[in-house]
Ligand binder design. Structure first.
Ligand SMILES: *Cc1c(COP(=O)(O)O)cnc(C)c1O
Length: 221
C-alpha cells in the first residue's frame, strides 16, 4: 500500500510523502491489525468510539506515536470519550456536535485535530454538512465555538464516479484556506491522490475483507 501511494504521488505530480495512509482497522480482528502495527504503521482509523477503546486502549499506553482517527459518526453523548481517546476527529458535521466538542475540549484540556465532513453527494441518509452550507459552518466554528479545523473529509456516494466529489471537496477546502483533505478509500484512493488528498482512509486493501458485521446487540461491550 505504501508503494502504491508513492507511485500515485509520482504519477500525479504530488510531493513524495505528501499523502498519509490512515489504515482503517474497524471491525478487523487483532491478528489482522497487529502485523500492520509491527510493520511500522502508526495512523489508524476507527468508526466507533467503544470499539476503538477496546482495541487500542492498552496498545496506546505503550505506543506513544500512535495516531487514532475517528472516521465514523459521533453522537453528542460520546464526545467526552472521543476527545479523550482520539487524536483526530474527522466527522464534525453539525452545530450541536461543535458545541459538545468545545465543552469536552475545555473539560479535558486536550484538543483533537478536527475535520469537517461534507456530504458531497447530498445523500439524505449520509452524515456531513451540505456543500452549500459548508462555508458558513466553517466560519462559525472558530468564531462561536473556539474550534480550529484542519481540513475536510468526504465519502462519495456508492456507485458514482468519485472524482467529481473529490474535486468538489478540494474546491471547498481551497476557498476556505484549508490544506488537509481526507478522501479516498480502498477502491478509489489513487483518484483521490490525483485530486489532492493529503490522507487516504484504506481498510480492506490493507487488512483484507472485513468479517461480516455482527448484529449491534451482540457487538455491545
Ligand atoms: C470503512 C471506511 C473506510 C475504509 O473502507 P475500505 O473500502 O475498506 O478501504 C474509509 N472511510 C470510512 C469513513 C469508512 O467508514
Amino acid at each position: 500500500m505504501r508503494a502504491r501511494i508513492a507511485a500515485a504521488e509520482r504519477r500525479f505530480g504530488r510531493a513524495p510523502g505528501s499523502v498519509r495512509l490512515v489504515a482503517v482497522s474497524k471491525q478487523q480482528p487483532w491478528r489482522a491489525v497487529e502485523p500492520v502495527l509491527i510493520a511500522g504503521q502508526r495512523v489508524f482509523g476507527e468508526n466507533r468510539v467503544q470499539e476503538a477503546e477496546a482495541r487500542w486502549g492498552e496498545v496506546r499506553a505503550r505506543t506513544p506515536d500512535l495516531e487514532l482517527r475517528l472516521i465514523g459518526p459521533l453522537q453528542t453523548n460520546k464526545t467526552a470519550d472521543a476527545v479523550a481517546r482520539f487524536d483526530v476527529i474527522e466527522t464534525l458535521d453539525r452545530e450541536r456536535l461543535a458545541r459538545a466538542l468545545a465543552d469536552a475540549v475545555q473539560k479535558a484540556g486536550r484538543a483533537p485535530r478536527l475535520y469537517v465532513q461534507v456530504n458531497t453527494g447530498e445523500e439524505p441518509q449520509k452524515a456531513g454538512v451540505a456543500p452549500a452550507e459548508t462555508d458558513a459552518f466553517l466560519a462559525r466554528l472558530p468564531a462561536e465555538f473556539g474550534l480550529k479545523v484542519e481540513g475536510l473529509m468526504c465519502i462519495p456516494p456508492a456507485g458514482e464516479p468519485p472524482g467529481p466529489h473529490f474535486a468538489l471537496l478540494a474546491k471547498i477546502a481551497a476557498r476556505n484556506g484549508l490544506s488537509q483533505l481526507s478522501m479516498g478509500m480502498s477502491g478509489d484512493f489513487e483518484t483521490a491522490i490525483r485530486l489532492g488528498a493529503t490522507s487516504v482512509r484504506v481498510g480492506s486493501a490493507v487488512f483484507g475483507a472485513r468479517p461480516e458485521a455482527r448484529p449491534r446487540a451482540v457487538q455491545a461491550r
